[in-house]
Structure formats: structure tokens, C-alpha cells
Design a protein around this ligand. Structure first.
Ligand code: NAD
Length: 358
């Protein structure tokens, strides 16, 4: 297949890690006869330096014309003094909005080779944990009205959701569950919140369209507990923006290393934005020590969700496992007895393994 992928390396370690994910995509293309055209653009601080704004209209248009967008990370101390409206993170927020993505997908998988980094009890960490959390991105308390009383001593934040917003997020969740192990857990606080009651009603109504998916509901407080006590019970979880913010960070902590975690932001259609969950790590930039696996695994999500290349996506994930099995580790996940490698070497190892697998 032919595909255009916009790459947005961003700032600090961003260019180092995105280069490794491109190596992985090139290995896939070379073995499977695909043709990926990369359109590299600037985002965040790099864009502020070049154009005075964190996201230009041209870059956004290029992203919306592409099949998928692969991002590194943005921000860092160089732009700390920039006024709020033009900060690097604003570029990312504007990009998500401009691309119309509303579902943030985060897989939570404990890589068995890194089980020691998982804070859960060893017998729980040893179980097969493979969860996808889908967080709604455009509604909820983050976008409602806010107010502060005149004396400054009381404040309100409005939580708002429409059935349409819930439905389009839930649909991605149902479809994903259908393609996986057929289990969908919807997380809300329907015992207290009206928005959550609408959430539950909407999701329950949709379940009729997906008789092959087993739908369950959990209150968010229980879900937070169950993720730690019995994480293996979950397949796909869907939840609102606020609860998802918290639960997806909890799941990242369960998975262990920040450098290993991929993410995808999806909307209508197949175009998506793919990025590791970590930031630009200014403290280690330019030293060839960053862990590129979160970005490489984000490229696997890109292959799966935007290009519909499941076999290739699975090969990238398997290649990462093989390289970890062989004992190679970047500094952040290194432990006694393992071979320490740099960012570029890790990228080469994964690319070579992809070529061997495909
Ligand atoms: P961070 O994720 O950049 O770094 C936290 C710690 O994790 C650091 O010690 C860093 O060295 C380490 N780390 C992160 N990614 C790593 C990797 N791939 N390999 C090895 N080690 C890694 O978080 P921070 O320091 O709070 O933020 C730095 C900058 O990144 C800030 O400007 C922040 O706003 C920005 N940020 C951007 C995004 C994004 O682009 N989506 C997300 C979070 C933070």
C-alpha cells in the first residue's frame, strides 16, 4: 500500500526517538512492499523557533491531508518563558482539535521482561495483562464553564457531555473490543453524576448493536481499585475525559516504564495521531540514551489503526519483545545482566528483527 505519514519530531529527544520509529516503518515497508512517504514538519518549540507559533496552518493542513501522523514530544525549558497562548503544548492541543481526534487510546501491557519495574505484587504482575483504555478527549469538566466567586472563596467547574460525544467514543470501544477479546468495561460515576447516568444509558443502548461484546459497567472508584487488584479481568475500558486522565496514568504506572508506553488519538475515519506518552526529556536529550520503544510501539498502533496493517503491526510488537528477550535495554530500563544500548542502536535492533519476522 501507499501511505503518507506526517512526522512531527518536536523537541529535545523527539527527533531521536521518531527517527527510530521511522526505521521500524521502513523495515515494514521494505519487507512487505509498502511505500510510506514521510512529510516531516515542525511542532511545538521547534515551530516557535522557525515560525513564531507552535503549530502553523500549513502543518495542520498537512496532517489533515495525510493518512496518519507520528509525533515525538514537545516542550521544554527553552520555551518556558514564552507566553501561555504560544507555548509548545498549545501546538499539541490545537493539533488534536484541528485533526478532530476525540478518543485517546492507551494500551497497558506489562512486558514480561520488565516485570520487575511493575509496582504490582509479583503474582499479579505475572498474569497476562493486556488492556486498552479509551479516554474521551473533547468533553467533560475540562471544557465546561468555570467560575470563581467575587471573594475568591468558592469556585465551580461544569461537567458536560452530550449523547453524541459519548456514542462516538463508545463506538470505537465496541469495535475495538470486538476485534480483541470481546469485553468492554464502561467506567463512570452513575451513582452520583448526571453526566455519568447519560453515559451509562447511552452505552447500554448501544450494546444491542454489539451482541458479541460483553458489556460491563464499573464506578470509577471501583475501577481504580480493580486495575490494581485484578487487572487481568479487563480487555477494553472506555471512560470520560477526567476519569480517563487518572486511570490512564494509573495504567502507565502499572505497565512500569514511561519510555515503553505508546498512545493513539483517533477520530472519525482512520486518520490518527500517534505518540509516546512521555514528554521531551530535556535532561537526556542529545545523548543517544532515550528509550525509543514507546515511539516504535506508537508506530505499530499507526500501522494497526490508520493503515489497517494488522500483520505488520503485530510484527513490530513482536520485534520489540524479541529485542527485550535478547536482553537489550536502554538506560531507563536497564538491569543487571542486560546489555545496555543507545537509542539509535535500539532502533537498529528492532528494525533488523522486524525484517527477520516479516
Ligand atoms: P518527561 O516525560 O519528559 O520526563 C520525565 C522523566 O522520564 C525524565 O527523567 C526523563 O529523562 C524520563 N524519560 C521520559 N521519556 C523517556 C524516554 N523515552 N527514555 C528514557 N527516559 C525518559 O516529563 P517532564 O520532564 O515532566 O517534561 C519535560 C517536557 O516535556 C515539559 O516541557 C513537558 O511539558 C513536556 N511534555 C510533553 C508531552 C508531549 O509532548 N505529549 C507530554 C508530557 C510532557
Amino acid at each position: 500500500m501507499q501511505a503518507t505519514i506526517v512526522t512531527l519530531p518536536g523537541d529535545y529527544i523527539g527527533p531521536e526517538i521518531v527517527a527510530q520509529a521511522v526505521k521500524a516503518l521502513d523495515a515494514v515497508a521494505a519487507r512487505c512492499g509498502h511505500s510510506f512517504a514521510y512529510d516531516e514538519r515542525k511542532l511545538g518549540g521547534a515551530s516557535i523557533d522557525a515560525f513564531g507559533v507552535p503549530l502553523t496552518d500549513e502543518t495542520l493542513a498537512a496532517c489533515n491531508a495525510a493518512d496518519a501522523v507520528l509525533m515525538g514530544s514537545v516542550g521544554g525549558p527553552k520555551w518556558d518563558a514564552v507566553e501561555a497562548a504560544r507555548r509548545p503544548e498549545k501546538g499539541l492541543l490545537a493539533l488534536r482539535k484541528g485533526m478532530g481526534v476525540y478518543a485517546n487510546l492507551r494500551p497497558c501491557r506489562i512486558h514480561r521482561q520488565l516485570a520487575a519495574a511493575c509496582p504490582l505484587r509479583a503474582d499479579i504482575a505475572a498474569q497476562d495483562i493486556d488492556i486498552v483504555i479509551l479516554r474521551e478527549l473533547t468533553g467533560d469538566i475540562y471544557f465546561g464553564r468555570r467560575s470563581r466567586s467575587e471573594d475568591g472563596q468558592s469556585a465551580t467547574d461544569e461537567m458536560a457531555y452530550s449523547a453524541m460525544e459519548i456514542e462516538r467514543l463508545a463506538r470505537i470501544g465496541f469495535e475495538l473490543a470486538r476485534a480483541r477479546r470481546g469485553k468492554l468495561c464502561s467506567v463512570d460515576k452513575a451513582n452520583v453524576l448526571e453526566c455519568s447516568r447519560l453515559w451509562r444509558e447511552t452505552v447500554t443502548r448501544m450494546a444491542g448493536e454489539y451482541p458479541d461484546v460483553e458489556l460491563t459497567h464499573l464506578y470509577v472508584d471501583n475501577a481504580a481499585m480493580q486495575l490494581i487488584l485484578r487487572p487481568q479481568q479487563f480487555d477494553v475500558m472506555i471512560t470520560g475525559n477526567l476519569f480517563g486522565d487518572i486511570l490512564s496514568d494509573e495504567s502507565a504506572a502499572i505497565a512500569g516504564s514511561l519510555g515503553m508506553m505508546p498512545s493513539a488519538s483517533l477520530g472519525d475515519g482512520t486518520r490518527g495521531l500517534y505518540e509516546p506518552i512521555h514528554g521531551s526529556a530535556p535532561d537526556i536529550a542529545g545523548q543517544d540514551v532515550a528509550n525509543p520503544l514507546g515511539t516504535i510501539l506508537s508506530a505499530a498502533l499507526l500501522l494497526r489503526h490508520s493503515l489497517k496493517l494488522e500483520r505488520e503491526a503485530a510484527a513490530v510488537e513482536a520485534a520489540v519483545q524479541s529485542v527485550l528477550d535478547a536482553g537489550y535495554r536502554t538506560a531507563d530500563i536497564w538491569s543487571e545482566g542486560c546489555t545496555r544500548v543507545g537509542c539509535a542502536q535500539m532502533g537498529d535492533l528492532v528494525a533488523a528483527q522486524i525484517e527477520a519476522l516479516l
